[in-house]
Design a protein around this ligand. Sequence first.
Ligand code: CA
Length: 228
Amino acid sequence: MNARILIVEDEPAIRELLAVNLKHAGYAVVQAATAEEARERVAATPPDLVVLDWMLPGQSGIDFAKQLRADPRTSALPIVMLTARAQEGDKLQGFDVGADDYVTKPFSPRELLARLRALLRRSVPEASEDPLEVAGLRLEPATFRVFADGVALELSPTEFRLLHFFMKNPDRVLSRARLIDNVWGDNVYIEERTVDVHIRRLRLALSPGGHDRLVETVRGGGYRFLPR
Ligand code: CA
């Protein structure tokens, strides 16, 4: 079955350009011009991924992303933010509300497609993989769930993959470049600072039970996951 992609964009020309390219690439496309419309589409048939414009009339893309993350039915839905703003501060805000990737307008449809493919590939649970248990953390690849001492944690898809990779590679210094290759994919351009943003979010998610201490910063090296 083809993945279903919801495009939320108020500018008809950009929305149409996206829709044509995504349909051509074989995706099922659903369109919305506002967050309100998008909410109805999501409720009717949940998409596999959302391409979300930041600047929308009415509710902003950022607020809508927050809502999607807060709802258990859509908390793991991959979100790609579209924006004309390139400032670093805005970018960080986008990641803080739970976007998995970020594309700045004007973008090339080819680049956007490469990123969507990478995100969709990663959001498919690897059912064959066994659960991992390290230092009170339990990660279930098949169900996409993580428990800290038995308590379920809320992780976005990117933080989930990050933690998964850490748990499979305990006690090893992992450079940002290595993390990007394994967590984001090697055909996607991700800045190294983006890794730090997701590490911060992962630590925050792990902090209620004190498991944030397991993710250690190695000066000049990257990060290390401590198995105890
Ligand atoms: Ca807009």
